[in-house]
Design a protein around this ligand. Structure first.
Ligand code: FAD
Length: 813
């Protein structure tokens, strides 16, 4: 006999409880939550988390998930007391670098809707009397942060679920997951078999182990983390409240602290990462205390304790009454893992902190309910990982690094150094010879600039010197590459950008159904189009080249796009979606001399008449078979030349070595980013996501209702008639020396009216520019706004876009 459920959730920690709660709020019946431990204190990470909630995050998504979490926990009720204490938080600066970073933090926090302020040392001590004000330069104060009582919140949510007909079943270890024809069918425990078409995995540090039961990979590693509690402090004698002091973070020394009634708790990330294999974690039956707690390693805590006393002198001489090495999860990019796995119906919400669990439970429930995320979750998408990111070696190396850097000041362009190089294009050897400075993305080594270009005779002395932060991980050589791309011709390695091949009898009607623009055009056409969800949000922007009646090559934004397409294939549709990124390579050959250069190597007619803009042809470049697309992401004449990886090196060499006064250079990503921005080309993931409609993103022109039905059409028809509330705008800063980085708040009369999505120095124009979403009232040409950067307001004006070559004449010659 089996028990049937609409959904089985594995794990009754804070994530499983939150997901169950939100699913039941959405009307799901028969929600069954299983846990190997007893409920509500299961022995997982939630059972011993001290529950500090700092909402501020560089990621808008993570900040939003934290804000929703606070909202949820505050609303829950429990007879033992509050599920959330809104005591505020202090993040102190012990160093000048941190103080500067806190100013930047105020900026992106404001962009994401928080309202923090910077305090002087004495103001900080006024809020937390135990603080040694002498030790700090100042503090960041966020009044709505606080402490979650996680187990209490679990219990409160479980009760709501049970009142709606759901069940929580403890002491029930999952021993098997049945999968049939790629679909989940049942969950087996040591006592029962539960059939369900939908299963959600919220097993925390055990996630990889439980995932294996269904043959899926969960790329996270459990890591040990130290937390101690003191005996009562004389200064807090008689305290009855669970907490009244703001929570405290000392990121310069990788530590945090919180009041626990009349004691203090101290957590430290100072020690070297201590990783644990998921297979080695004990089960509740053979764990003396809790399976997610390991023995405290005293020597690792000696220095953190001295640092804690230094900051909170009241701790001096107070004995510890509790000390643990607790376990929790780290992923290769430190972000959660959410979404439907490769096994249909088997969903995942893993590597989530208490801080985000309320929002994550809501988001995953909405995603499961509607089939698509309701907020931008691309950073957390289970399908974001490339193949190598599932290897134990990678998960281990990157997990350790993320732990080490958890509280570091991380520059947006800062690079992880290991394991590298991991993926290289066929041009890599030549790029090294030219002194490429490589950045890594999706495992690929991507040149940012080439030291060899510094020798070119391009006068960049007139370019205003940018600030120290913006100048980090950047080189003025990028300006030379920028200029020479506009004046001669540059080779850009486009290999790391994802490519798909979509082929089959039904390929055209399928792609027509999935995209907004008209793809029913002759073979040889290239079309820029969007994929939207049913709400009209932009799931991706793609470039589609029709290479045969039934064959399309698509330039897209990552592996998640292939999954999106495959997930929408109907059963009887004859279409294959194949990722061809790794087996092929691409060089963008762009600049006014691009035609001369490529024409010197091919018999194909590259004239504007024979090979117009936005068309594709199969040509030979020297002896190399190429698919040539006449498109350009930098706004210049030229082609993307695709070939298979084996011919790549030769392709580079013939283009590089060909005689002629073409002046070809190699161009890097830093120049590329600035070139694309002065042309107004949007970058998916920054300038638009599924939270933006094509109309808000300024891409209404690629929505064609006349072509017939397509995914998102109904919503877009509706949106097309609605007034727009915000719009992606081009902003030009008054001071060309101020180059911002993205995520800064845009203000009018001190009120936040938007935030920056991309920014660059537009060398062709001699201007510093930024793109950003701005409330419609201010998204009007000529409007003056202030962009806040490191606490200072910089005036900018909304401008007509694109700033460079608005008619696209350079592309069509
Ligand atoms: P868990 O709470 O571990 O729940 C997973 C559940 O799955 C467990 O109950 C487990 O028994 C069950 N399970 C696993 N395998 C099986 C199986 N085979 N069959 C049945 N059930 C199974 N986060 C913060 O936001 N703020 C903090 O201040 C904070 N401090 C922390 C301090 C320490 C010392 C540690 C270790 C972590 C801290 N965290 C903090 C992180 C936080 O505790 C976790 O990220 C969070 O609790 C994870 O919740 P979860 O529901 O995913 O996992």
């Amino acid at each position: 006999m089996s028990v049937h459920a609409q959904v089985v959730i594995i794990g009754a920690g804070i994530v499983g409880c939150s997901a169950a709660y939100h699913l039941s709020q959405l009307g799901w019946q028969d929600v069954i939550v299983l846990d190997q431990g007893s409920i509500p204190r299961t022995g997982g990470s939630t059972s011993h988390a001290p529950g500090l909630v700092f909402q501020t995050n560089t990621s808008q998504t993570m900040c939003r998930l934290a804000q929703q979490t606070v909202q949820l926990y505050r609303a829950l009720t429990h007879e033992d007391g509050a599920c959330f204490h809104t005591v505020g938080s202090l993040e102190v600066a012990l160093t000048a670098a941190r103080w500067e970073d806190l100013k930047r933090r105020v900026g992106y926090a404001a962009s994401w809707g928080l309202d923090p302020e910077l305090l002087t040392p004495t103001e900080a001590r006024d809020r937390l009397p135990l603080l040694n004000a002498e030790r700090i330069l100042g503090a960041y104060y966020q009044p709505t942060d606080g402490v979650a009582k996680a187990v209490r919140a679990c219990e409160a949510m479980a009760r709501v679920v049970e009142a709606n007909g759901g069940h929580f079943i403890g002491n029930s270890a999952i021993t098997g997951i049945e999968v049939e024809k790629g679909r989940v069918r049942a969950v087996i425990t040591d006592q029962e078999r539960y059939t369900a078409d939908t299963v959600l995995l919220c097993a925390g540090i055990w996630g990889p182990k439980v995932g294996k039961l269904a043959g899926i990979s969960i790329p996270l590693t459990p890591v040990q983390h130290q937390y101690v509690r003191t005996a009562p402090l004389p200064e807090l004698a008689g305290s009855q409240t669970e907490i009244s002091h703001p929570i405290l973070r000392n990121q310069d020394q990788a530590m945090y602290m919180r009041q626990e009634t009349d004691s203090y708790g101290v957590g430290s990330y100072q020690h070297a990462p201590m990783l644990v294999s998921p297979e080695a974690i004990r089960s509740p039956q053979d764990a003396p205390v809790m399976p997610s707690i390991l023995d405290f390693t005293e020597s690792d805590f000696a220095k953190p304790w001295r640092d804690a006393v230094d900051l909170l002198p009241a701790l001096d001489g107070v004995p510890l009454t509790y000390s643990i090495n607790g376990l929790f999860s780290f992923t290769p990019d430190s972000l959660p893992i959410m979404g439907e796995s490769s096994v249909r119906g088997l969903w995942v919400a893993e590597a989530v902190w208490v801080t985000h669990a309320g929002g994550v439970g809501k988001a995953i429930a909405e995603w499961m309910h509607s089939g698509q995320p309701q907020i931008d979750l691309h950073e957390c998408d289970i399908n974001r990982f490339e193949a190598h990111a599932h290897s134990p070696a990678y998960v281990w190396e990157r997990g350790a690094q993320q732990y080490r850097e958890v509280y570091d000041i991380i520059h947006p362009r800062q690079q992880l150094l290991k394991p590298r190089p991991l993926r290289t294009s066929p041009f890599y050897m030549r790029q090294c010879e030219l002194g490429a400075a490589f950045f890594e993305g999706r495992g690929w080594e991507r040149p940012q600039w080439f030291e060899s270009n510094a020798a070119h005779d391009v006068d960049i002395l007139g370019v205003p010197q940018r600030g120290e932060w913006a100048a980090r991980f950047w080189s003025p050589t990028a300006l030379i590459e920028h200029r020479l791309t506009r004046e001669t011709v540059a080779l850009y390695d486009m290999t790391p950008l994802s490519r798909l091949e979509v082929q089959g009898r039904d390929a055209l009607p399928f792609l027509q159904r999935m995209t907004t623009n008209q793809l029913d055009r002759p073979v040889g056409s290239v079309v820029y189009t969007l994929m939207c969800d049913t709400r009209g949000g932009i799931v991706s922007d793609i470039t589609v080249a029709r290479l045969a009646d039934d064959l399309f090559q698509i330039g897209c934004n990552g592996p998640q796009d292939a999954v999106w397409l495959r997930d929408h294939l109907a059963e009887n549709e004859q279409v294959q979606v194949r990722d061809i990124t790794a087996g092929t390579c691409c060089l963008g050959v762009w600049g006014p001399r691009a035609r001369d250069l490529v024409q010197s190597l091919t018999d194909a007619d590259l004239s504007n008449e024979a090979f117009p803009y936005f068309t594709a042809r199969r040509i030979f470049v020297s002896e190399i078979p190429c698919v040539a697309l006449r498109v350009s992401y930098v706004g210049e004449l030229g082609w993307e030349l695709y070939t298979t990886a084996d011919y790549g090196l030769r392709l580079w060499d013939v283009l590089w070595e060909t005689d002629g006064p073409f002046g070809q250079i190699a161009g890097g990503r830093a120049a590329f980013d600035a070139l694309r921005l002065e042309k107004g080309y949007r970058l998916w993931g920054a300038d638009m996501t599924n939270e933006h409609s094509p109309y808000e993103a300024g891409l209404g022109g690629v929505v064609r209702f006349k072509k017939g039905d397509f995914l998102g059409r109904d919503a877009l028809v509706h949106l097309a008639d609605q007034p727009i509330t915000r719009r992606l705008c081009c902003l030009v800063l008054d001071d060309p020396a101020v180059v911002v980085m993205g995520k800064e708040p845009i203000r009018v009369d001190k009120q936040v009216v938007g935030y920056v999505t991309s920014a660059a120095y537009a060398y062709s124009l001699g201007k510093s520019i930024a793109y950003g979403y701005v409330s419609a009232d201010y998204a009007i040409e000529g409007t003056s706004v202030q962009i806040e950067y490191f606490g200072e307001a910089h005036t900018a004006h909304v401008c007509k876009e694109p700033l460079f070559d608005p008619k696209g004449a350079r592309l069509r010659v």
